[in-house]
Design a protein around this ligand. Structure first.
Ligand code: FA5
Length: 354
């Protein structure tokens, strides 16, 4: 038996060394380990061996079987690793941190204009903040001095979620209360003025046309400190617009009503598509409503914990709600707002930041 096993071991070693792939390995495995294989033949011979030698012969066969098994497994591992290496050599290596060879994709014009504005406001000492798209009724309306059943809610009909009290924010003003609570302590304890802008996507149940979308972007800004007045508001609005357009733009300020500001204004820009003659982008008026603004209403400052009922005018502030999507229309000369949402890459990929 010993000799037979030795002969089989030698054959197995020779055959195994010439195996080059998994199917040849499997073939070799079957020729040794299957019911009709070489090891089973050895087992059959065991019956003819004298009893006193059976135990030792059985042990020899078993340990040979175990050895063959282990060497198969090792060979299989070796072949698997080789196959993987081959595959990796064939495939172009991929390193996601490497810069792309060719530029692919481009920034959406709204992203470009948003970043530009963020830079402008940051250079004037404003913090840039982010806020949720799903908000509750309190933040979107109540905290902004728009109680339930107030007619101003009709102007901002939005999409209500099936979860009670949750809605898609209809304007970025919905973050005002959050900003006041976030920075209020620094204002009151350290005298650090609140200066923040918070861009965001807004939603309204809107009849869509060349200048109205149901999903659009605004950038809200607030500044709160002692003695903030309308002159501060006008200064920041003018600086921002001249930076964005890099040329003189004609603006007009007229009274506007928003329950969360008092007094409130509409800041319009002379339409840059038609130069003021009238076109669909400006609803033929020659002017485009761009940036409503005003002095923050005392009730809003109260809700935000900035002032107290006993001293409701200690701090004052201004707020504005810039229509980012409309600003992009003016800046890039896009005559129809729907271009921004309809995913036509040939239109959207032509914008580049300055
Ligand atoms: C507001 O949303 C107020 N929250 C703005 C505000 C903030 C006023 C702070 C005072 C103080 P309004 O509904 O007018 O106001 O929207 C502001 C701007 O968003 C508009 O001037 C316009 O540029 C843009 N806008 C509004 N609705 C749409 C729409 N459906 N599609 C595109 N842009 C829109």
């Amino acid at each position: 038996m010993k000799d037979k096993i030795e002969a089989l071991r030698a054959k197995f070693t020779k055959d195994l060394s010439s195996v080059k792939d998994l199917s040849a390995l499997e073939e070799l495995r079957l020729s040794f380990m299957s019911k009709k294989g070489a090891i089973q033949d050895l087992m059959k011979e065991l019956g003819a061996i004298p009893n006193e030698q059976k135990k030792e012969a059985g042990q020899l066969i078993n340990s040979f079987k175990q050895e063959v098994n282990e060497r198969f497994e090792n060979k299989k591992k070796e072949l698997d690793e080789l196959a993987l290496k081959f595959l990796m050599d064939q495939t172009e290596s991929y390193d996601e941190s490497m810069p792309t060879k060719d530029p692919c994709g481009s920034y959406h014009p709204i992203t470009l204009i948003q970043r530009e504005l963020e830079d402008i406001f940051e250079s004037m000492g404003f913090d840039v903040e982010d806020y949720n798209e799903i908000v509750d009724d309190y933040h979107c309306f109540e905290a902004l001095n728009i109680p339930k059943f107030h007619p101003a809610r009709d102007m901002q009909d939005t999409y209500y979620l099936s979860t009670p009290n949750q809605l898609l924010k209809s304007h970025t003003s919905a973050a005002q209360n959050h900003i006041m609570k976030k920075y209020g302590d620094a204002l009151k304890n350290e005298g650090r003025p609140i200066r923040a802008v918070f861009p965001g996507r807004c939603f309204r149940n809107e009849a869509i046309d060349a200048c109205h979308e149901n999903t659009f972007f605004q950038m809200e800004g607030v500044m709160i400190d002692k003695d903030i007045s309308i002159s501060n508001l006008i200064y920041f609005m003018k600086t921002m617009l001249s930076e964005v357009f890099e040329r003189d733009v004609t603006v007009r300020l007229r009274p506007g009503f928003f329950p969360f500001v008092e007094p409130g204004f509409e800041l319009d820009i002379k339409c840059l598509i038609c130069g003021g003659d009238g076109c669909p982008s400006c609803k033929n008026s020659g002017w485009l409503e761009l940036c409503p603004c005003g002095m923050i209403h005392p009730n809003v400052l109260l809700h935000g914990g900035i002032n107290t009922k006993e001293d409701p005018f200690k701090y004052t502030g201004f707020a504005f709600g810039l229509g980012l999507t409309r600003l992009a229309m003016m800046k890039y000369g896009v005559g129809d707002i729907r271009v921004f949402n309809d995913g036509d890459l040939s239109a959207l990929s032509q914008f580049v930041s300055r």
